[in-house]
Structure formats: C-alpha cells, structure tokens
Design a protein around this ligand. Structure first.
Ligand SMILES: [Zn+2]
Length: 691
C-alpha cells in the first residue's frame, strides 16, 4: 500500500543527523534553564553547533549592482508567484518542496525601483560576483584559520519557502576546516573550536506578512552579501553555544566590514540530545536568547523520546496511524469522521462560526495516543502543539483556533458531543481524538498532517527545521531539506582567487579577539578583565589611551569598565568620549599629578561635561600650593556648620566631616592627611572648651 503519510524523505536522509549516542536519559527530570551543570548536559548527551549569517558592508549586492543595505518602506510594484515543486537533478521530489507545495501559498513580492533589478526576479543572469564581498569573506576566513579554496564555485542551494524568487540561493564556499582558540574562563573552557566552513551567500527577502495562503515579501534585502560560518557540533552546554556565538561575532566585527543592528547577524542553531536528532532552529538574531532556547529544545527532544517509549510500551505501530492515499481522508479512513452535520448546532463559537462559513469540522481518532497529547514538551507547551504547529504551517488555516483534542475535555465541545464523536470513530479509552475545522481542502491537508505527525511520534524526534519564539520555546517551521539540495550554478564560471588578493588581505588583517586578550594580559590585566575588555566596545578607546597609561593600564581598564556602563545607564553617554579628551587625565595619573582615588571622579566629570576643557576639569582634582591653607579654612567651616553632629561621639563627627571634606579635596589632598588635620582641629577645639 502506498502511504502518503510516510514521505520518502525519512528514508533518504543520511544518518548523520542523529545524535551519536542512542541511549536517551529518559529518567532525567525536566529542569528549567539555569538549573543544570555541564555534567548534567553530558548525561543528556547535549550537542550543539552554530551557523552564523552575517551581512557584510558592501556598496552592491552580491550578484547584481543594486545597492546593498538600502531598506525601504514603500514599493513601486507587486509580483505574484505560485510555488511548484520541480524534480531535483536526481529525479526526486525533495520533501521540503512537497511540503511547500502542500501549503498552496501565493507569494507576493514587493519591489522598489532603487533596491531591486531584474536579476533578483530571475529575469536576467547574475553579474560578476561582488569583489568587495569576496575580500571580506577571505578576511573573515583567514581570521578563523580556515583553508581558503583556490576557486570560488557558485552553487545553488534550494530555498523553497518563497523568500528567494528563484527558489534557490547562490552560495560559494570560501574557506573550510579551521580551528580557533576557544577560551571562556568563567565556564572553565580552554580548548579549540572547530569551524567547518565559511561561505559567501545572498540574503533572502524580508517577510512582511504571512496570513492564510498568502505570504508577502519585500525584496530590498534580497541578494545582499552574507557570510555563513558553520561550526562543528562542539558546543556541549547552552552557555558554551552562547560564548561561541559571541566569539564568532567578535571575529567578524574585528574586520569593521560587517553590518550591525537588528537582523544584520542571524543564527541558526543545531541541537540534539542522546537518542534524538539534530534539529535546526532558525533565525535567532541575538545571543542572549540562545541558551534557554537550546536548553528547552534539549528537553523537547527528551520528552518526544518519552512519548515514543510510551507508545512502544502500548504497542502502537505505524500501521495504526495512517490514512490511505487518495480521496478525502474522511472518505477513506474509519479513523476520520466528517462531523460537520453531527455537531450542528454547536455552542462553541469557533466551530459555530466555521460551520457558518460553510467549512468542514473533522474528527480524528488516534489509536493509543490517549493522555499523551497533554504530555509536556516545552515550558507551558504540550505534545498537542506539535500537531497544531504542523497544521498551522502546512494547512494554513486563516481562523484561530482551528483544532482541539480529547485530552482537554473541558475545552470546546460538551460531553454529549464528545460521546457522538467517540461512537462514530469507535474510539476506546486509550485513544485520543482531535477535531479540526477549516475550509474543506485545508481540513483534508490538516487531517493528513495529523497522521504524519502521529506517525513521526514513533520515531521520537522528526527531522525538521524549527523557528524560535520570543518566550524561548520553538515551533515547527518546515521539513528538513533533503541531502540533494545543493547543485552547481551553471550561470557562473569558477572564479579563481588570485594569490595577490590573499596576500593583500592578509597584510591588512585586524587583530583577533584571542590575540587582543593576550595583549591585555601582557599589560598586567587579569584574565577575566582582559576578556571583558577585548569584548567591550570601548576596547579601541582603551588602546588609544594605553600608551599614555603606562603602568596604569589596569586602572584605566577598570575605570572604563565601571564608569562607561554607569554613565550609559544614567543616559549621559550616547557616544564614547574621544581619546584626546581623556588623555590628559590618563597622563596625569601616570605621572602622579593626580591622585589615584580621583581618577574615576575626574573621568566622570570629563564624560558628563563634554564642553569643559579637560585641563580645567583636571585642575579641580590636582594638588595645588593653596590646598593646605584651603583645607584649614574648610575644616573650620565644616565643623561650624549648623548641621554638624555636635555632641556626638568623636568618631561620628570625624566620619561625617570626612564625607563633607573629601568631596572637595579628593585627589588634591591625601585622605589620611585630611583625617589627621581634622582630628587635630577637633582636639584643639575640645581643649579650648575645657580651658
Ligand atoms: Zn539587482
């Protein structure tokens, strides 16, 4: 029997996407992110890797001469397309292609004259590859210690979600197989990170909306050059993954030729646990959200493996969970019932409205799945959402909600209606029932997807790509593309990379983060502080000042780390101060012209009052010839103030008076000297009173 619910995609996948350990830690209790140690992740068999997509700063797009980085809000024209699967070179339909076809999407491209030409719309062949982009890609490859290819071979990578009108992305490998130092003292990590490869690619369209069967893209971003950097799955805890992401970002930024800001760097993460499968979560645009995201995915996989084990225990088999091909599912399977008439009238508003619109309400029996739909898979998410996600993405119902299930009996239907469905479907106590409502065609697609997902539950973790949500959970995006999704681009000849270009790029290479850290350690800055400084955006400012700081480099590093974030929090620092403005202070501290304790105060003043001449600011903190005389009169003045705690114990008065005096004399007179003079003055006063 031919079964549509078991697409061939599963059978042709290479086993490479399975976690090398096949023994899931089924007894390991669910835990929130932050509760587990590195040893716990080892027990889970946690593995992860990164693919970082980084936009480059170039004038032009990669294969045409449209401007790169021009983002528009208006458009001059719209183009409508439909996706159709085409046979691959091997004469097979790709699973992803079939999935995209099933969604029956209309794809709308919004075009703006200044940011797109006929190349992006597949009406003219590619121009020569952008030279600037190639050089930046070589530069980042060299920083990552990758082996450069001798020639760029442009390949086509299938891209079927509509975000590239041609249905493929042009991509060329630039470097492969490199290692970089991976040193994270706070995680106890000191080893190497293997980089698999770096490719130069075109960016896809920006998605504007995705409603029902219509998805809309804007083409301004399409064709912009990106580098894609892929690590090996060497990252063994969520925090290691985050540290690696940050490290790769710093390497790219060291060139000064990569774009910053929202959407300029996007990461796909691969994660698996023992017994599970490499799952790719797409498009994470910040590092902060990475650790909880992969932690939650690790436990989603573990929970899917628990569901699998339970189904095996119950004796549920693949044959029990499919729908014969051909016709409407409710016409060909006793496990599917068209309840559109049986549920009339219905008090439950979503079903009532659906029937009013002339849609179908379909009930499905899932043998042996009773109780499992409520099984937790992610925080606040149950196994049922695996089904809902697939229906949402592939059947594209416009109205929400569009489904319910029998593990939540209090929701939707009343007990009498559930009994009707149970009777019609011959559902037993160990079975689950699902109800979907949608236009007839979508409902048929939805039902088939329900059985595909139920069938996949027997495999544990199905091969798919997933999307990250803001709350740290993730959801189905699409079936993982087949292994044959890359093929040579016949429009572009191989492009040799001349040695001269490599020599030129090599000569101008910036410092890598790890070399920078080492340089800071050599200045006497401790390990952790050196790492933080190398990652800080004021590292260049520090470098400009370090020579003047001499032995005071540590003090300078500490002061910048303390005061710059503080001033930012206060809203007083929108851009970093110029080195010229701070240099007199750094020099004064180095020569001893200003006392160490005044350093940060003077720094604050220089930052806060950007108009004041630095010399004038410094003079208020530098010792002068009149300081002693001024101190004497200030002591008298302070002790005679009406708010002086007269009559209190001596040490209380001293502490209070010191607070008043040091505000004025810090940097100019040593605190011990001020205290000495204060105590003397108090003693003299006491003697006078006694006398
Ligand atoms: Zn163009």
């Amino acid at each position: 029997m031919v079964v549509e619910s078991q697409p061939a995609v599963g059978s042709v996948r290479p086993p490479g996407d399975l976690n090398p350990r096949r023994d899931p830690a089924l007894d390991f209790p669910d835990a929130d992110f932050g509760e587990l140690s590195a040893a716990d992740y080892q027990v889970l068999g946690f593995m992860s890797g990164l693919e970082v997509h980084q936009q480059l700063i170039t004038r032009s797009k990669l294969f045409c001469r449209c401007p790169a980085g021009r983002f528009v809000e208006e458009y001059d024209a719209e183009v409508l397309r439909h996706m159709r699967p085409t046979l691959s070179e091997l004469g097979e339909y790709d699973g992803t292609a079939l999935m995209e076809f099933k969604t029956k999407k209309e794809i709308v491209y919004q075009l703006e004259r200044g940011s797109v030409c006929t190349y992006e719309m597949d009406d003219t062949p590619p121009f020569e590859v952008d030279d600037e982009a190639v050089r930046i890609a070589i530069e980042i490859s060299l920083l990552l210690n990758l082996n450069l290819v001798a020639e760029l071979h442009v390949m086509r990578k299938q891209y079927l979600d509509g975000s590239i009108p041609t249905g493929f992305q042009r991509t060329a490998m630039v470097g492969l197989s490199g290692v970089i130092p991976f040193r994270v003292p706070e995680l106890g990590v000191n080893r190497e990170l293997r980089i698999r490869q770096l490719s130069l690619e075109e960016d896809s369209c920006r998605e504007i909306s995705d409603i029902g069967h219509r998805i809309t893209f804007r083409t301004d971003r399409l064709g912009m050059p990106l580098t894609e950097t892929v690590t090996e799955p060497d990252l063994l805890t969520p925090l290691e993954l985050q540290a690696a992401g940050r490290l790769l970002a710093r390497v790219a930024r060291a060139t000064g030729k990569v774009r910053r800001g929202s959407g300029a760097a996007r990461q796909d993460v691969n994660v698996s646990v023992a017994g599970g499968r490499r799952i790719e979560i797409k498009g994470v645009d910040n590092h902060k959200g990475l650790p909880p995201l992969v932690h939650i995915e690790a436990f989603r996989q573990l929970n899917l493996l628990r569901v699998k084990a339970e189904l095996e225990r119950r004796g549920v088999t693949g044959e029990m969970l499919f729908v014969p091909d051909g016709g409407r599912p409710w016409e060909v399977s006793p496990n599917v019932f068209d309840a559109s008439t049986a549920l009339q009238p219905c008090d439950f508003a979503p079903i009532h409205d659906s029937l009013q619109r002339g849609e179908k309400v379909i009930a499905v029996r899932l043998p042996g799945l009773g109780g499992l739909l409520n099984h937790r898979t992610q925080p606040g998410v149950s196994f049922a959402r695996e089904f809902a996600d697939r229906i949402r993405v592939i059947a594209c119902p416009v109205h929400r909600p569009f489904m319910m299930h029998s593990d939540l009996r209090d929701y939707g239907l009343d007990p009498r209606q559930w009994r009707i469905l149970q009777k019609q479907l011959k559902a037993e106590s160990g079975d689950a029932m699902m109800v979907v409502w949608a236009p007839e065609t979508d409902a048929a697609t939805a039902v088939r997807e329900i059985f595909i997902r139920a069938h996949d539950a027997l495999k544990g973790v199905p091969a798919e790509t997933r999307q990250a949500y803001r709350d740290g959970t993730n959801g189905f995006e699409r079936i993982l593309p087949g292994p044959d999704r890359m093929y040579p681009d016949t429009d572009t000849p191989p492009l040799p990379i001349p040695d001269s270009a490599v020599i030129e790029v090599r000569a101008g290479l910036p410092e890598t983060p790890w070399v920078r850290e080492e340089r800071y350690r050599d200045l006497g800055i401790d390990d952790a502080a050196a790492r933080r400084l190398a990652a800080a955006d004021w590292a260049d400012l520090f470098d400009e000042l370090a020579l003047a700081a001499g032995d005071g480099a540590r003090r300078l590093a500490a002061a910048l780390e303390k005061r710059i974030p503080h001033q930012r929090r206060q809203g007083r620092l929108t851009s970093l101060p110029e080195a010229e403005r701070l240099r007199p202070l750094v020099r004064a501290a180095e020569t001893g012209a200003i006392r160490p304790e005044a350093f940060e105060l003077a720094l604050d003043e220089l930052i806060e009052d950007r108009e004041a001449p630095p010399d004038k600011v410094l003079s208020t903190f530098c010792p002068g010839t009149e300081d002693r005389a001024e101190l004497e009169s200030a002591i008298a003045e302070v002790l005679n103030r009406p708010d002086a705690p007269v009559g209190k114990p001596g040490d209380v008065i001293v502490r209070w008076a010191m607070g008043q005096l040091m505000r004025r004399f810090i940097g100019r007179v040593d605190a011990q000297a001020v205290k000495g003079r204060l105590v003397e003055a108090l003693q003299t006063a006491a003697t006078e009173v006694e006398g």
